[in-house]
Write a protein that binds this ligand. Structure first.
Ligand code: IMP
Length: 202
C-alpha cells in the first residue's frame, strides 16, 4: 500500500479516461487531481515514455509540495514503425480529439493486412515522493493486441475502440471498465508499482 491511506498523492494528468482508471485501480489511496490544485501542465519534451512520465510527476510534485504520480502511455503499432507512440494523445495534431487520432490510425493502416496489424499499449508510471526525489519509483507494462479496421465498442477512451484482444474476443472498448482495469497496461504497471512500494516497506 502506498504510504498511509490518508496521505494525499497528486495525479499528474488531465486525461479523464486515465484519471478514472487510476483512481479506480488505486482506490485504497487518496488520489487528488492536478487540476483540482490548479497545477499547470508541463510540455512533454522527452523522447521516451519514461522521460515524459518523470517530467509530469516532477512538475506536479514541485507545484503541490505533495508526492505525485504520473502515467505516460500510448499505442505502439508495428506496421507504423512504432507510431503513434509517445505522441499518441496528439497524433492528428495538437488539438486533436480521440476520434481524430483513431481515424488517422485507421487511415494509415488501411492497406495493412490482418496478419501485420499487431500493436501494444504501453504504460509507464512514475511516483516521486517530492520534486527532487533522486530515486523515483518507475513501473512499466504493455498490453498486446491488434488494430481493427473499424471502431467497435464505446467503453474506455482513446484508441480502445480499435484495439482488438484475441483472448477476450472483443475490443478493449467492449470490455467492462472493471475487466479493463484487471487486464490493461495501466493495471499491470500500477500493480508493479505497488509491489515495489511494498518491497520498500512503503
Ligand atoms: P499521454 O497523456 O501523453 O500519456 O497520452 C496518452 C494517450 O495514449 C491517450 O491520450 C490515448 O490516446 C492513448 N492511450 C493510453 N492509454 C490508453 C488506453 O488505456 N486506452 C486507449 N488509449 C490509450
Amino acid at each position: 500500500m502506498l504510504f498511509n491511506h490518508s496521505d494525499k498523492i497528486v495525479l499528474a494528468s488531465n486525461n479523464r479516461g486515465k484519471i478514472k482508471e487510476i483512481q479506480h485501480i488505486l482506490s485504497g489511496h487518496t488520489i487528488i487531481t492536478q487540476q483540482s490544485l490548479n497545477i499547470t501542465e508541463i510540455e512533454e519534451t522527452g523522447s521516451t515514455f519514461v522521460e515524459n512520465a518523470i517530467l509530469k510527476a516532477k512538475n506536479a510534485a514541485l507545484q503541490s509540495n505533495l508526492p505525485a504520480i504520473a502515467d505516460d502511455s500510448g499505442l505502439v503499432i508495428d506496421a507504423l514503425q512504432g507510431a503513434p507512440g509517445i505522441i499518441s494523445a496528439r497524433y492528428a495534431g495538437e488539438k486533436a480529439t480521440d476520434i481524430d487520432n483513431l481515424n488517422l490510425v485507421l487511415k494509415n493502416m488501411a492497406s495493412i493486412p490482418d496478419a501485420k496489424r499487431s500493436a501494444r499499449f504501453i504504460c509507464v508510471i512514475v511516483l516521486m515522493r517530492h520534486a527532487n526525489d533522486p530515486f523515483p519509483f518507475i513501473a512499466q507494462a504493455s498490453w498486446e493486441g491488434k488494430i481493427l479496421t473499424a471502431p467497435q465498442g464505446s467503453n474506455g477512451f482513446g484508441y480502445d475502440p480499435i484495439f482488438w484482444l484475441d483472448k477476450e474476443n472483443c475490443s478493449s472498448a467492449e470490455l467492462s471498465p472493471a475487466k479493463k482495469n484487471q487486464l490493461s497496461h495501466r493495471a499491470n504497471a500500477l500493480q508493479l508499482l505497488e509491489q515495489q512500494l511494498l518491497s520498500h516497506n512503503l
